[in-house]
Design a protein around this ligand. Structure first.
Ligand code: ATP
Length: 373
């Protein structure tokens, strides 16, 4: 039996349906991250599990029991919010022990639970301070500690790291991963940050307009996205897309051509994929790290460097391909994002040629489904 199961969940706000018939299951001890662009319904889904939203239809089961009509405090879940939601007039100790105290736990038990959580989170020194005397990172630890002391069945996190600076965010990512391993707990985590999803999740749920686009491990989603949306959402910088046309297909191979690029790319279709008809619109996807430096029997893009970002060990180049443009690109200028794991001493305006290896691309059919990877 799954630990948490969402069955045909629908959430409407008036005429607008924010979550459209979503179903998925979370196993005991999994760390599931729900990602998607703003407005895709991820917070609504999480808040529905927490009992902060009344669902329109469907079921939410924990250990096989439908909890979707229970009071939030009776569901066996604990939620950690982006803005910490600490009680300002209470000390850290009181904040962390509050839920247990209200539930009528004896004082000694509350104290032990607080001390244990504080030790896990390394905030023993802060227990007698009030929230205003803490840094953002410390406040977030207290908010997490408050969830731990309740020993919930399921932990829910709503963008808990968004208010922290980049260095602290990356440190907290590691700590949350450690916490998850240490507690062996089931966690459902919402973020719009695909780095958090890629690094922390056992499985990722990609949401878009209230539906699930794909569920899988981070590498499944990265290597075998079902469609152009998922392919574009995971990866930073994101995948480069080139609009193309199918030519002929034969024996599981399809040739595609694109304006401004010489020759055609012969791509092997994935098993079971429908070959596009000649003339149909397709999209070639190239990850920034997949651009080659030597001709591999594919396309060559001769361009100039629009932007170069040296990160020390690695370099990111935004390449202006002249007539050849990336569509829907991160830089919004139609530049290609090219990633190299070495230092490049070049400057804005310098020429750069990259190649597209037909064995290293993704191909999306006329309906944006992945037909080659
Ligand atoms: P974000 O990353 O911006 O928080 P999200 O994916 O978490 O986005 P939700 O907050 O779940 O999105 O909202 C999903 C959709 O439901 C949005 O279009 C939003 O405008 C709408 N919505 C959310 N809450 C309400 C509400 N109380 N009344 C009406 N519409 C709402």
């Amino acid at each position: 039996m799954p630990h948490l199961e969402i069955k045909n969940l629908v959430k409407k706000y008036g005429d607008f349906t924010a979550v459209k018939d979503v179903s998925f299951a979370v196993e005991q001890g999994e760390f599931v991250v729900m990602v998607g662009p703003s407005g895709c319904g991820k917070s609504t889904l999480l808040r529905s599990i927490a009992g902060l939203e009344e669902i329109s239809s469907g079921e939410i089961c924990i250990n096989g029991r439908d909890i979707s009509r229970d009071e939030p405090s009776d569901r066996g879940v604990a939620m950690v919010f982006q803005n910490y939601a600490l009680y300002p007039h209470m000390t850290v100790r009181q904040n962390m022990g509050f839920a247990l105290k209200i539930a009528g736990a004896p004082k000694r038990e509350v104290n032990e639970a607080v001390e244990r959580a504080a030790a896990i989170l390394r905030i023993q020194e802060q227990l007698d301070k009030r929230p205003k005397a803490l840094s953002g990172g410390q406040k977030q630890r207290v908010a997490i500690g408050r969830a731990i002391t309740r020993s919930p069945d399921v932990f829910l996190f709503d963008e808990p790291l968004s208010n922290l600076d980049a260095a602290l965010r990356s440190q907290m990512r590691i700590e949350l991963g450690r916490l998850h391993t240490e507690l062996g707990a089931t966690m459902v985590y919402v973020t719009h940050d695909q780095t958090e999803a890629m690094t922390m999740a056992s499985r990722i749920v990609v949401l878009h307009d209230g539906i699930i686009e794909q569920i899988g491990t981070p590498l499944d989603l990265y290597n075998e996205p079902h469609n152009r949306f998922v392919a574009g959402f995971l990866g930073s910088p994101r995948m480069n897309f080139i609009e193309a046309r199918a030519e002929q297909s034969r024996e599981g191979m399809v040739s595609v051509s694109a304006p401004g690029l010489d020759g055609s790319l012969r791509i092997k279709l994935k098993a079971g994929a429908d070959a596009p008809a000649p003339g149909e619109k397709v999209t070639v996807g190239v990850r920034p790290e997949a651009f080659g430096e030597h001709d591999a029997g594919g396309w060559t893009i001769k361009g100039s460097i629009a932007v170069i970002e040296s990160l020390g060990r690695e370099t990111l180049v935004y390449l202006d391909g002249g007539q050849v443009r990336a569509t829907d690109s991160e830089s919004h200028e139609g530049y290609f994002a090219v990633h190299r794991t070495r230092q490049i001493t070049a400057r804005h305006g310098d020429g750069l040629t990259v190649t597209v290896d037909p064995n290293a691309v993704f191909l999306f059919g006329p309906d944006d489904e992945t037909i080659a990877f």
